[in-house]
Design a protein around this ligand. Sequence first.
Ligand code: ZN
Length: 780
Amino acid sequence: MRLTLAAMLILVPTVALSAQTNVERVVNGAYSPSHDYDLIHQRIEVSGFDWDSTAFDGTVTTTVVARRPELEAVVLDMDWRLEVREVASVRGVALRFERPGDSLVVRPARPSAFGDTLRFTVRYRGRIAQGRGLYFFKEEPGRPHRPQQVYSGGGTDGNPRWIPTYGAPHDKATWELIATVPDRFTVVSNGRLVSDRKLKRGLRVTHWSQDKPASTYLISLVVAPLVKVSDRWRDVPVDYYVYPEDSALARPLFGLTPDMMETFTRLTGVRYPWPKYAQTTVTDFIGGMENLSAATLVDWLPDAVAYHDRPWYHHVLVPHELAHQWFGNLVTAENWANYWLNEGFAQFLPGQYWGAKQGRQAEDDYYLEEYQQFLARDTRRRMPLATYNSNNVYPKGALVLQMLKKHLGPERFWAAINRYLTRHAGGTATSDDLRQAVLDATGESMGWFWSQWIYQAGYPEFAVTARWDSAAAALTLDVRQTQRDTATADSSGFRFTTPPVFRAPVAIRVGTAAGEVVRRVVIDRREQPVRIDGVASAPTLVVFDDENAVVKTLAFDQPTSWLAALLARHPDLWNRSWAIGQLARRADDSLAGAALARAAGGADHPLTRAQAVLALAGFPAGVARPAVDAALGDTSARVRRAAVAALGGLGGEGAGAAAARVWREDPSYEVRAAALTALARLDPAGAREAVVRGIETPSYRDAIRNAAIAAAMQRPDPGLVAALERVAGTGELPVVALAVLAGRGDPPAKAAIGRLLDDRRGWVRAWARDAVEEAGAGAR
Ligand SMILES: [Zn+2]
């Protein structure tokens, strides 16, 4: 799964765990609920979808095998709102059942023996609270890009809200899904298509079959007016299901999928494991969900212009959900305390894909973004990777796997991953199974690695100082680890630990006029001097962790000339980014400004150029402006965007005109949005016309409109308010902006909100109601 916004909510099991360590909790099954049958197969028939009452009819026939003698009841997970009408044996004999909480207890006519097979059918009417298991969307005349549809969602705990099943991931089963729907709709689900035929009375019945066992949280249903854009990888159908109006956008977005399948197959040594791969777009979705061989994705298909800005959907979401088809779907985390095995790998693999296609720096670039997200989350709450409800499974998972790959080297890493996937294919795994696979494939036990990176929290925070002894021709680094364990215990006395000492194998590179020395060293003490011999002349460059092999922060006060040398010469993007961060704090040092200006114009990767140009915003205009102005013409939109943002901060002669030119002429939405923000900052009065235009300019994900609205909020006037009202039907933000202005007492905004509350378009009225509620009573 890949969420666009907040983390998911998962219910915490009521298990007494206080006496255990986090390792014990995660690997010993404490989070794997017990049940006394084996789920074998489910035949799921759904029909009678009613968009007015958000309801449908369900008939689910379930086959289980008793896993203890004298089994008197089969307990399935099933939302209490689903109205069970009948439970019957296959011979049609009614069976007793009960509905305690969100479960269905089925009582067979007589107790089963160990190993007996039971089969029974549940008939029910599913009444759905919107978003609990299913999402219903009605046709709204005039509303763009939002056809009628219903789809399943809710991630790891959503399916028992619309079908009786066993919800936990560690019991795998096969299933069929047979949906009867109005015949203008297409039905997409898991596995292979068995049949799809029209019935009388304008209906169609579509039958999908998932023939290999898998976890039931991966069951999926999408019913919508869709067209299928067909592609192929080897002999596997690869299909993109989108609204008819989006059919031209599907191939540019999804067209790399076969190549990604080929690349992931090659890297893992495990062939794409399912009979087809479908990607289906739906409205108002959380982002993406890796439903088995039938990923569901939000309907934000980029247009041609949006590709200037490397859309997240294309760069991350598509390869992420595909990676889950191996990691999560073929090998599944045994329980949600090991969830990082699903999400960490899925977030790791896109970086491997782009690295394989575009080289080492594309890989660095990808993980640098994960690193920034990781630090931000870690600051909010410091949690280990492997634990229940960990807040950091995506970025930290990706980073820890990249670290493991750097430590083992790619050959041994992928051999270990192959071992992990083949050994657990069709089954489940815990974090310890990954350790075992690494041990078996490489001989490396690496106890320290698993302990500090998987089961404990935090990361090493290094503070380094350097001393050069010319007489001894030696450089000594005094390396300290300064991370502190400040976690508090929960009510049971349990707390996560941060290691006071991380073990960190690093390479240290020392440059001098006479050449370079690289020393490999293992940092494994809180305070540790590291002596590097053979440094006969004064160092000109010192790189701590030359390969960025360890996730860390680094405080290392260096001469500007060292930082400048690192930035100019080092290939690793993390190290460059670190140097830029150091140089950015030296705004009164002309050497620092010159180094950043050189990187802004000449660095061989756009991320470095963008970071350097942004850092220049804090420097005197005389130092910064020539480089910033030049960067406005960079070939990369990322750099131009950073340049125009820096320009907005710097100001000075001609800045407004330059920003206005970018606003008018740049091909990228994101760059134009940044230009509008800069323009509004540099020349608020002169920017007004551009802001009105910006409000009216459509762009991918409303990048331009959102920037214009933010600018309008700074200096609202009746003309801007009128512009906001004109685009109120296109998205929620203009309506929210009007409600906020109304709440501040702005009379035209109050009048506009009043009109929108009575708008003829239902969705606009709904947005206005929500916005007024949010903004407070003063809005109307
Ligand atoms: Zn995911």
